[in-house]
Design a protein around this ligand. Structure first.
Ligand code: FAD
Length: 305
């Protein structure tokens, strides 16, 4: 067995593996797609000490850094189940039927943004369709944008973006906003934020290069409207990649792995880090820090057991 077996090869998993390997213990990574969400990112401007980089470049650096150490990197391997054995090991079953085991396991399987599934969304992803206001907000300075979703993340995004962009249109599918009242009040007080309810986004419009607008249907009247804008922030939920863990460890109602200060889950010896956990903010730099915490937590567990 590995001393530390990491499941996931995004920033959290890569960081955890490097921290573990630096302790001189047997470390492995199983990752469905090494790089994770960073592979889908174009410009990154908030990875502190690196003013600008791009997703694929950061992924290449992550891999290079992992390979500096004696880490067994198993790419294109998907975990489908995790279980404790009677001897205290943790087994990770892969989709090809193989089983790998660790004296400790770090889950770093990340998350995925829920998509609108409308025409144009995939075509204009990173060309105006965005999912992270902290990351991409400044790219739309002085322009008009929409936020899809009137929950907490959508209304927070609208307030955040209102300070940067020219105008924000919030489109909420239902007839009420699910966000906290204090956020809704704040958003409604801003002169450059307009909130439209009962709006079903039906299409992302582009000119072949970039987003130029969107189409939505007013669910009350059935009328279709077009809004001209340069950016669309989709804020309809971040879904953790934890479906395969629900029988083994405690998850929140949203499916996030519950961890303590040391990154440990409800099962001793199983740790977790990054976007798959219940940390409040989901960013590259935060998941790398969490990966380091989980690895140090796992090492502590190993020397005590
Ligand atoms: P992920 O990056 O999601 O990695 C998860 C890893 O686990 C992947 O290797 C995946 O293949 C693997 N995996 C999942 N399930 C399994 C399984 N069952 N078995 C095996 N492996 C599995 N953050 C910033 O700080 N700055 C930005 O500019 C920025 N821009 C972004 C732009 C986009 C388009 C997106 C989608 C996100 C952006 N983010 C940005 C957020 C950032 O990418 C995430 O916070 C970060 O990648 C989370 O790291 P992670 O390691 O926890 O998870």
């Amino acid at each position: 067995p590995f001393d530390v077996l990491v499941v996931g090869g995004g920033p959290a998993g890569a960081s955890a593996a490097i921290y573990a390997a630096r302790k001189g213990i047997r470390t492995g990574i199983v990752a469905d797609r090494f790089g994770g969400q960073v592979s889908d990112t174009v410009g990154i401007e908030n990875f502190i000490s690196v003013p600008y980089t791009e997703g694929p470049k950061l992924v290449a650096h992550l891999e290079e850094h992992v390979k500096e150490y004696d880490v067994d990197l198993m790419k294109a391997q998907k975990a489908v189940a995790v279980r404790k054995t009677d001897s205290g090991l943790t087994e990770v079953e892969l989709s090809n039927g193989a089983v790998v085991s660790g004296k400790s396991v770090i889950l770093a399987t990340g998350a995925r943004w829920r998509e609108m599934n409308v025409p144009g969304e995939q075509e204009y992803r990173n060309k105006g369709v965005a999912y992270c206001p902290h990351c991409d907000g400044p790219l739309f300075k002085g322009k008009k944008v929409a936020v899809i979703g009137g929950g907490n993340s959508g209304i927070e995004a609208a307030i955040d973006l209102a300070g940067i962009v020219e105008h924000v249109t919030v489109l909420e599918f239902s007839d009420t906003l699910r966000a906290d009242a204090v956020l809704v009040k704040k958003a409604q007080s801003l002169p450059n934020v307009n909130i439209i309810k009962q709006a079903m986004t039906t299409e992302v419009l582009g000119d072949g290069q970039r987003v130029v607008g969107l189409k939505y249907k007013d669910r009350a009247t059935d009328e279709t409207h077009v809004v001209d804008l340069a950016g669309i922030f989709v804020q309809i939920g971040l879904v953790p990649n934890t479906e395969f863990l629900k029988d083994t460890i405690t998850l929140t109602e949203r499916g996030e792995v519950v961890i303590d200060d040391h990154g440990q889950t409800s099962v001793p010896g199983i740790f977790a880090a990054g976007d798959c956990t219940n940390v409040p903010y989901k960013q590259i730099i935060i998941s790398m820090g969490a990966g380091a915490t989980a690895a140090l937590g796992a090492f502590d567990h190993l020397i005590r057991n």
